[in-house]
Design a protein. Structure first.
Length: 225
């Protein structure tokens, strides 16, 4: 049965799934949902994902959304080691994915990045905008310190010290910071992990459009980490 991934190549949460699909050479058809034209709000796509967000996965009459859930489903469906069968190892993967999705992404994405990148996320006054961005920056720095010292430390990967879907998920969220020029200079273990994940054979091809978008932002001034 055909598997279809609805995604957009710039989307922070589409990129982890697209990277996993490409790297593992999974038999999945990708369909780009044009966010810039509002295609995600149209009747065809909203019937697939009522949340009107990407990504979504469709297999016959089975449909799921949410990047984390899609990664877990695909790794389980194809019996891949990136989502280990051992319960304790799997629990560590789940824990880190949940942490990325809540403790990290909430503040880094919606506090620091998006209010500076997207007009519809910008706050209605300069004061509110500054408070939001500064709050997001402080919270993101605290989360990055946890990622750097506690989750990674001397390990190469974020769970069980071998690559898992938690790495695929997290790297998409963290490298979204490169759109505003984040270098993560204060977090050497995070930098090392990013460099390691960028060695994946399909990294450049999957992230080409995102880096093009980042290039369009290079002359702008942002609050960064």
């Amino acid at each position: 049965m055909t598997l279809t991934l609805y995604m957009h190549p710039v989307s922070t949460v589409s990129r982890p799934v697209a990277l996993f699909v490409a790297e593992k050479k999974l038999p999945i058809t990708e369909r780009v949902v044009d966010l810039m034209k509002g295609e995600h709000r149209g009747p065809e796509y909203s019937a697939i994902n009522p949340n009107m967000q990407v990504p979504a996965l469709e297999e016959g009459d089975f449909r799921i959304s949410e990047s984390s859930a899609i990664l877990k489903y695909l790794a389980s469906r194809f019996n891949l080691p990136e989502y280990p069968a051992d319960l304790k190892e799997r629990a560590r993967v789940d824990m880190v994915m949940d942490w990325f999705n809540t403790g990290f992404y909430r503040d880094f994405g919606y506090g620091l990045l998006y209010p500076q990148i997207f007009p519809h996320h910008k706050r209605p006054s300069d004061e509110a905008q500054n408070v939001t961005v500064n709050w997001g920056k402080d919270k993101a720095k605290a989360a990055l310190a946890i990622l750097d010292k506690s989750i990674l430390g001397t390990n190469d990967y974020v769970a069980n010290n071998r690559i898992s879907i938690a790495d695929y998920f997290g790297i998409g969220l963290v490298t979204a910071g490169e759109i505003i020029g984040c270098t993560f200079a204060e977090y050497p273990n995070v930098q090392r992990w990013i460099a390691n994940m960028k060695k994946l054979s399909t990294w450049e091809s999957v992230n080409q459009v995102m880096y093009g978008f980042a290039g369009s932002m290079k002359d702008k001034t942002f609050e960064r980490v």
